[in-house]
Design a protein around this ligand. Structure first.
Ligand code: NZQ
Ligand code: ZN
Length: 385
C-alpha cells in the first residue's frame, strides 16, 4: 500500500428533516449567502422552501443564482462569482446535484478572481486556487460525491473542454443529505447516477497494481454490490426509501477519497474518456460512463482476466466457467435493463471519433491518469460504436 494523507473535511448531516437546519449551519459560517441551484427541481420537491424558511429563521440574507445546467458551464459560473462579489457573500449554499455542487466550487474560487479567463486558469492548471468561499452542499442527486470531495468539473462554453480543479479549499464544510428528496428522481436519472457511482468504485479495482489490496478491493466490491442491489430494488419500487438511502450514502463514500486511499497504481481511464463525451455532446455523465466502461474492459480484458472473474462472481453472482467477454456482456445487459446506453449512437445523433480522441488526449495530458496511449484512446472510442 502506498503512503497517503487523508483528511475528510466535510461534516455529514444525514436524514429526514436535515434540510430544515441549513440556515442554522449557514449562520455558523456567515450571514450573507449566495444560494445556488439548477433549473427547477428544488422548487418542485420542497427543498427551496425548506432552505428559505431556515434562512429566515436564522436571519440570513441571501441572493440567488439559479439555472445551473447539467455539465455546468464556465460563463454561468463566472456570473455567479461576480454576483457573490457584488453581494459580498460570506458563503455559498449549493442546492441540487453534482453540477450545482461543482459550480459552487467554481464560484467559491472565482470569488477571488477578476474574470472568467482567470477562473479557467484553475481548470487548465495554469494557476492554483489560493482561497475560496466556504460551501454548504444540500445534495439532491446522489451520484458524484461532489458534496464531500475536493473536485469541481466545469465545461468551457466555447471550446467544450470539460476540465476539473481539485484542492482541499473546495471541499464543502457541510453536506446535508436527506434521502427523502431523492424518491422522485426519474428512473433514467437514477440509473445514470448509479452508473457513475459504480464507475467511481470500479476504476481503481480494474486498474490498480497492488499485489495485495484486500481493504480497497473489499471496499469497492462491497459498495458496488450495495449499489447494484439498491438499483434493482428501485426498479421494482422507485420510492423505496431504504434503497434511496443506500444509494445516497454510497454516492458520498464512492468518490470522497476514502476507498481509494493507499491504492497503488489506481487510475481513472473511464472518466478520462467520458468527459469528452459529455463535454462535446452534452450527454449525462453517467450515460457516458455506461458507454465507455464496457469498451475499456474490452480493450484491457486480457490483462485483467482475474479481476473480471471476481467482478462477475461478486457483483453478478456468476458461477462455473465463464469468460471475460461473458462478464462484460452481463454488465452491458444490466446497463440496458436499468436504461443506460451502451453505444455512442444510442446517446448522440452523430459523433466524431477523431475529435473525441483529440479531447481525451488533451485531458490525459493534464490529468495523466488514464494509463492509455493515444492509440489506445482512439481504439477504445472505436469499441463504443
Ligand atoms: O437542474 P435541476 O432542475 O436541479 O435538475 C437536475 C438535473 O436536470 C436533476 N435533479 C437533481 N436533483 C433532483 C433532480 N431531479 C429530480 N429530483 C431531484 N432530487 O437531475 C439532473 C442532473 O443533475 P446533475 O447535477 O447534472 O447530475 P449529477 O449529480 O450526476 O452531476 C453530474 C456532473 O458532475 C460531474 C459530471 O461530470 C457532471 O458534470 N462530476 C463531478 C465529480 C466531482 N465533483 O467529483 C465527479 C464525477 O465523476 C463527475 O465528473
Ligand atoms: Zn463520475
Amino acid at each position: 500500500m502506498k503512503n497517503f494523507s487523508l483528511h475528510l473535511q466535510t461534516r455529514i448531516e444525514f436524514g429526514q428533516g436535515t434540510i430544515a437546519r441549513t440556515g442554522e449551519e449557514a449562520a455558523k459560517l456567515g450571514k450573507r449567502v449566495l444560494l445556488l441551484y439548477g433549473k427547477g427541481s428544488i422548487h418542485r420537491n420542497g427543498v427551496y422552501d425548506a432552505i428559505v424558511k431556515s434562512f429566515q429563521e436564522n436571519q440570513i440574507e441571501w441572493v440567488e443564482h439559479g439555472g445551473v445546467s447539467p455539465n455546468p458551464r464556465l460563463f454561468h459560473t463566472w456570473e455567479g462569482a461576480k454576483l457573490a462579489q457584488e453581494f459580498n457573500a460570506d458563503l455559498i449554499v449549493a442546492a441540487g446535484g453534482g453540477s450545482v455542487a461543482d459550480e459552487a466550487k467554481g464560484i467559491a474560487a472565482g470569488f477571488y478572481t477578476g474574470g472568467a479567463d482567470e477562473l479557467w486558469d484553475f481548470f487548465t492548471r495554469k494557476a492554483s486556487v489560493k482561497q475560496a468561499l466556504p460551501i454548504i452542499s444540500v445534495m439532491t442527486m446522489p451520484a458524484t460525491s461532489s458534496e464531500m470531495n475536493e473536485a469541481s468539473v466545469i465545461t468551457h462554453d466555447e471550446t467544450k473542454e470539460k476540465f476539473s480543479v481539485r484542492t482541499s479549499l473546495l471541499a464543502p464544510k457541510v453536506a446535508v443529505l436527506d434521502p427523502n428528496v431523492t424518491v422522485d428522481i426519474p428512473m433514467k436519472q437514477t440509473a445514470f447516477a448509479c452508473t457513475d457511482i459504480i464507475s467511481h468504485l470500479s476504476e481503481g479495482f480494474f486498474t490498480h497494481t497492488d499485489p495485495f489490496a484486500p481493504v480497497q478491493e473489499g471496499f469497492s466490491l462491497t459498495m458496488i454490490t450495495a449499489v447494484r442491489q439498491a438499483m434493482d430494488r428501485l426498479m421494482k419500487n422507485p420510492k423505496d426509501l431504504d434503497a434511496r438511502s443506500a444509494v445516497m450514502w454510497a454516492a458520498s463514500l464512492g468518490w470522497n477519497g476514502l476507498g481509494a486511499a493507499g491504492w497503488e497504481g489506481a487510475r481513472i481511464p473511464c472518466h478520462t474518456l467520458e468527459h469528452p463525451v459529455s463535454g462535446l455532446y452534452d450527454v449525462a455523465h453517467g450515460a457516458g460512463l455506461s458507454i465507455v466502461t464496457p469498451a475499456y474492459l474490452k480493450l484491457r480484458k486480457a490483462q485483467i482476466t482475474d479481476r473480471l472473474r471476481t467482478f462477475g462472481k461478486q457483483i453478478f453472482g456468476m458461477e462455473g466457467s465463464f469468460s471475460s467477454d461473458d462478464v462484460i456482456g452481463v454488465l452491458e445487459s444490466w446497463y440496458q435493463t436499468i436504461g443506460t446506453p451502451i453505444r455512442l449512437g444510442e446517446a448522440v445523433d452523430s459523433y466524431d471519433i477523431s475529435l473525441l480522441t483529440e479531447e481525451a488526449v488533451k485531458l490525459n495530458g493534464i490529468w495523466n491518469a488514464s494509463g492509455l496511449s493515444d492509440e489506445e484512446i482512439e481504439q477504445t472510442y472505436r469499441l463504443m460504436e
